[in-house]
Ligand binder design. Structure first.
Ligand SMILES: C[S@@+](CC[C@H](N)C(=O)[O-])C[C@H]1O[C@@H](n2cnc3c(N)ncnc32)[C@H](O)[C@@H]1O
Length: 254
């Protein structure tokens, strides 16, 4: 039982019953039973419900996209992806070095995770955070197939990526941020997980470019991303605009 107030009351009641005449003991026992049930229920439902922030459908004037289901995982490994996204160039722009600690946030089945793990090996690490459990099995298989041992899979919550505090050099979000349904909580949690000079790197399909053949809510404009990040404790530190369909933006702590 975690509810402290209930615990104290319960102890008081139990002590009182030992000193009571027999006549009152039955009533006191009944009361104790009721209290145990109420406290138990509060433990089961109350604190958990109170801790979980509500999901939102819109954030700072932007419609939030639906999460891409793990059943569509093969799309993330499509053959045309390198031509459309130039992933190797994107990773080169991260300037990865051995020993760095990187998080691939919303890593899916690990398209970028394993090349990054190799680039920071042997002493660097990559945390791969996902909220969909089926991806963890795919990631485990991917790590074995790629011979990667410096990869740490994390089953996150939609409002808590469960990362160690002050530990990340880079948190990379490729085609992920627009899906967060608790963006403010995720930004605050990622901010905590960064080292003092750590950065969030966003790779999003260009919202301001009609030629990019992606649904509007799965794209983001630079202006919108900057508005959301500067409104939540970050500042823009760098940009790269030469990817075929996406822009790449680095944000550090304000
Ligand atoms: C379009 S996929 C991109 C996957 C991967 N980044 C890639 O480029 O191959 C978006 C992923 O973000 C994940 N996601 C959505 N909200 C998340 C959250 N709050 N924390 C972690 N992952 C999240 C989804 O489960 C989904 O797998």
């Amino acid at each position: 039982m975690k509810n402290n107030a209930s615990r104290v009351l319960l102890c008081q009641l139990m002590l009182m019953t030992t000193a009571m005449p027999f006549f009152f003991k039955g009533t006191a026992c009944l009361l104790t039973g009721v209290l145990v049930c109420v406290a138990g229920l509060a433990d089961e439902a109350g604190p958990v419900a109170a801790l979980e922030p509500p999901a939102v459908k819109e954030f700072m004037g932007r419609q939030i996209a639906q999460t891409m289901h793990s059943a569509g995982a093969s799309w993330l490994m499509r053959r045309e992806r390198e031509r459309e996204e130039a992933g190797a160039l994107m990773r080169q722009k991260l300037e990865l070095k051995p020993g760095m600690v990187i998080c691939d946030m919303g890593c899916g089945n690990g398209y970028h995770t394993f090349p990054i793990a190799k680039a920071v090996a042997p002493h660097g690490k990559v945390y791969g955070v996902e909220i969909q459990e089926p991806y963890l099995k795919m990631l485990d298989e991917g790590a074995k197939k790629n011979g990667v041992t410096n990869f740490i899979p994390v089953l996150g919550l939609t409002y808590d990526p469960k990362l160690p505090e002050g530990s990340m050099d880079i948190i990379l979000l490729v085609d992920v941020y627009h899906e967060f349904d608790r963006p403010a909580e995720m930004l605050a949690a990622m901010r905590k997980a960064l080292k003092p000079d750590g950065v969030l790197v966003f790779v999003e399909f260009r919202g301001e470019d009609d030629r990019v053949p992606i649904k509007p809510e799965h794209k983001m404009s630079k202006a919108q991303l900057t508005k959301e990040l500067t409104g939540n404790g970050f500042k823009l530190v760098k940009q790269f605009d030469e990817l075929p369909w996406q822009h790449m933006m680095w944000f550090g702590k304000q």
